[in-house]
Write a protein that binds this ligand. Structure first.
Ligand SMILES: Nc1nc2c(ncn2[C@@H]2O[C@H](COP(=O)(O)OP(=O)(O)OP(=O)(O)O)[C@@H](O)[C@H]2O)c(=O)[nH]1
Ligand SMILES: [Mg+2]
Length: 295
């Protein structure tokens, strides 16, 4: 029996969470077209006949502007320390930059074997894929190279088979039916946050947090009360929208997914509150479940 840990690391927006969901064949982490979507480590536990792979999705490594960003970076770097293998996920359709250099340095420092997962090849010309891969090849002694399209590709047999070669023999770390170690309240909050990321623009998505205050489950239904935190009064206005239209839209989009998660009808109430500069307040970041919680 093989059993081990794989970290998915890279720059924001590279497609780490999309890849995690594709590997798991179900949605574990939220995804958006806005950078810095993932704010904390999220584990997806893939149970195979004779192996358990614990994939850990991490926040995209970036130049932080708030305490939240520093903690997200720290979390990604901490996750890298304790794994058997790293997937460095890179968006192949954007040129190699200083951000990639920075991530690469962290991977090198870890000393852990790494695969380069060259993503979004559906957006690239074949000759560019080869050209960019050659460039990456010169930068680091990667154990393997995998050009993929996390969004379109269905099978990862080859990647998974090769991954198993790098994992030690051992007993599973989680009971075999476990899909993720994320708590249910956090997952509900993330579903709502994903809809906020979809529906809002500019600084609003990044200034938003979701905190599930109440979760009352009955036999056939559940009551969910979630607080959406923003940093400014103007952002609160945008989040609520004209006569509550935006909040209603977010709720309407989130509810069916929460219902699927809980397996019952959901009564969802959303509230918006201004929490000034929460992204620089340690206690609040921890309370909302983002960033590095070990410190
Ligand atoms: N065309 C294309 N788009 C992709 C692919 N993989 C991911 N995307 C898109 O890229 C965007 C970012 O994807 P995420 O999975 O949220 O990226 P991430 O690396 O987790 O980003 P952070 O959480 O911000 O670090 C989304 O709009 C995805 O739909 C791909 O293979 N092809
Ligand atoms: Mg992500």
């Amino acid at each position: 029996m093989k059993s081990g840990f794989v970290a998915l690391v890279g720059r924001p927006n590279a497609g780490k969470s999309t890849l995690l969901n594709a590997l798991m064949k179900q949605k574990v982490a939220i995804v958006s077209d806005k950078p810095q979507t993932t704010r904390s480590e999220i584990r997806g536990i893939l149970n195979l006949e004779d192996a358990q792979i614990v994939f850990t999705d991490t926040p995209g490594i970036h130049k932080p502007e708030h305490l939240l960003g520093s903690r997200m970076n720290k979390e990604a770097s901490n996750v890298m320390q304790g794994v058997d293998l790293i997937y460095l996920v890179s968006d192949g359709s954007v040129p190699f930059s200083r951000g990639d250099e920075f991530v690469l340095r962290m991977v090198k420092q870890s000393g852990i074997p790494a695969f380069l997962i060259f993503n979004k090849i559906d957006r690239m010309k074949k000759e560019d894929v080869l050209r960019y891969l050659e460039l990456w090849q010169k930068k680091h002694d990667f154990a393997e190279f995998f050009p993929v399209s996390a969004l379109k590709q269905e099978s990862y047999e080859d990647l998974i088979r090769t991954t198993l070669e790098y994992l030690p023999e051992g007993e599973p770390f989680y009971p075999r039916e476990t899909l993720t170690d994320a708590g249910i309240r956090f997952r509900i909050g993330e579903i709502i946050r994903e809809k906020i990321l979809m529906c809002t623009e500019e600084e609003v998505p990044h200034a938003s947090a979701v905190y599930v205050e109440t979760l009352k489950t009955k036999k056939e239904s559940a009551e969910v009360g979630a607080l959406i935190l923003v940093e400014k009064q103007g952002q609160k206005g945008i989040m609520i929208g004209k006569q509550g239209a935006m909040l209603k839209k977010i709720g309407t989009m989130a509810r069916p997914e929460i219902e699927a998660l809980l397996g019952k009808r959901v009564y969802l109430s959303l509230y918006v509150r201004v929490e000034k500069e929460w992204r620089d307040r340690d206690k609040l970041i921890t309370e909302y479940g983002y960033g590095n919680i070990d410190e």
